[in-house]
Ligand binder design. Structure first.
Ligand SMILES: *Cc1c(COP(=O)(O)O)cnc(C)c1O
Length: 364
């Protein structure tokens, strides 16, 4: 990219690899191009010779990777003449749908489970002006309703069953190959509906099979590792589950929509699925913020929690290059963050130079 060109978004950057017509009006907020950050302190802390990168998707315009899919889904919806989009959501999809809809000048309807949306996601969706429909039911119920409603109302589904969502999200794998010069050995992801693990695998396969376009890229592909919350782990159970529960609300899903695609990614990559307790997920979230200065939301930390466990047991061997996707920003869920730090009491002192000096010198 030349110095005089400013970054406009992933559709412009990877247009040749996306099903976008020349004349399409691109609905973009400058998504993608997120940092791939090498962890410096955690590998030392665990005493293992591994290289761990985090793909910090929390720096997308609405704070999660959902923006990658949404720029494509909304661009396509507008091109097809749609005036309204709809999704079921655990929060981040609704925030992204709302933002891209208002950008496009169309209406967004979002079905969310009452009381189970993290505060930041609700605040965003309200501010972007989407029509919020709360249901007395979980995400899976909302998803079933959204699939039915399209036969009764003129709305376009923008959940990850919309194939353009996956097309947009696959660009994260392109960016990783562009940054590293090759695919990593292992790619670790949190898994809910399994759209994202599907998209990354598609992206890795597509990019590594077009070596002409990118001579430096080999046919290397990563082992895909999908991690779920123990209370919401249909891929570990081997079947759909009905009452998923986890503090990581973004992956509180019992009926994943990309079930077959995700199993295919696991098989083709010789990867695996595993689950983590809420305690393990929260510990990884705090480890990352407290030792690297990177704040992700709980669901995102499942990728690192899983990677660290599998590095610890040797399932991921020393010498490996690992990428963990941090799917969403820590600011999305301030309630869980503050709850995690409830034993950290800020000191309150007199507003004098002496008192401030004492407070500093006492802790140095
Ligand atoms: C949507 C989401 C996930 C799960 O992604 P899937 O594609 O549903 O597997 C994980 N983390 C966060 C923060 C999300 O918003």
């Amino acid at each position: 990219m030349s110095m005089h060109q400013h970054y406009t978004g992933l559709i412009e950057r990877y247009r040749a690899r996306l099903p976008i017509s020349e004349s399409a009006r691109v609905i973009s907020l400058g998504e993608g191009n997120t940092p791939l950050i090498e962890l410096q302190n955690i590998p030392k802390l665990i005493g293992k010779d591994v290289t761990i990168y985090v793909k910090y998707e929390g720096l997308n315009p609405t704070g999660s990777f959902k923006d990658r899919g949404m720029t494509m889904a909304v661009t396509k919806a507008v091109e097809d003449g749609s005036h309204a989009i709809i999704c079921a959501s655990t929060g981040n999809t609704s925030a992204a749908a709302a933002a891209y809809a208002v950008r496009a000048g169309i209406k967004a309807f979002v079905l969310i489970p009452e009381g189970k949306i993290a505060l930041g996601k609700l605040a965003q969706t309200l501010m972007y002006g989407a029509q919020i429909i709360q249901i007395n039911g979980n995400f899976d119920r909302g998803m079933a309703l959204v699939k039915e409603i399209v036969d009764h109302a003129p709305v376009t589904i923008v959940n990850s069953i919309n194939p353009f969502r996956i097309e947009g999200q696959k660009t994260a794998a392109f960016e990783i190959i562009d940054a590293l010069g090759d695919a990593p050995d292992y790619h670790c992801l949190p898994v809910g509906n399994a759209g994202n693990i599907t998209a990354y695998w598609q992206g890795y396969k597509e990019y590594s099979s077009t070596i002409d376009a990118l001579p430096q890229v080999t046919a290397k592909r990563p082992v895909m590792c999908g991690y779920q919350a123990a209370g919401a782990a249909p891929f570990i159970a081997g079947k759909m589950i009905d009452n998923p529960e986890t503090v990581a609300t973004a992956i509180r899903i019992g009926h994943p929509q990309s079930w077959d695609f995700a199993w295919n990614a696991q098989r083709e990559s010789n990867g695996w699925f595993d689950s983590l307790t809420d305690e393990e997920i929260l510990a990884a979230q705090k480890l990352l913020s407290g030792h690297e200065g990177i704040f992700c939301e709980p669901a995102s930390a499942a990728s690192l929690a899983g990677a660290l466990r599998d590095i610890g047991t040797g399932k991921i061997p020393e010498g490996s290059k690992i990428v963990c996707t941090l799917t969403g920003n820590g600011l999305k869920d301030p309630d869980t963050a503050i709850e995690q730090c409830k034993n950290t009491h800020p000191v309150t002192i007199a507003a004098t130079l002496d008192a401030v000096k004492k407070a500093i010198l006492d802790t140095l």
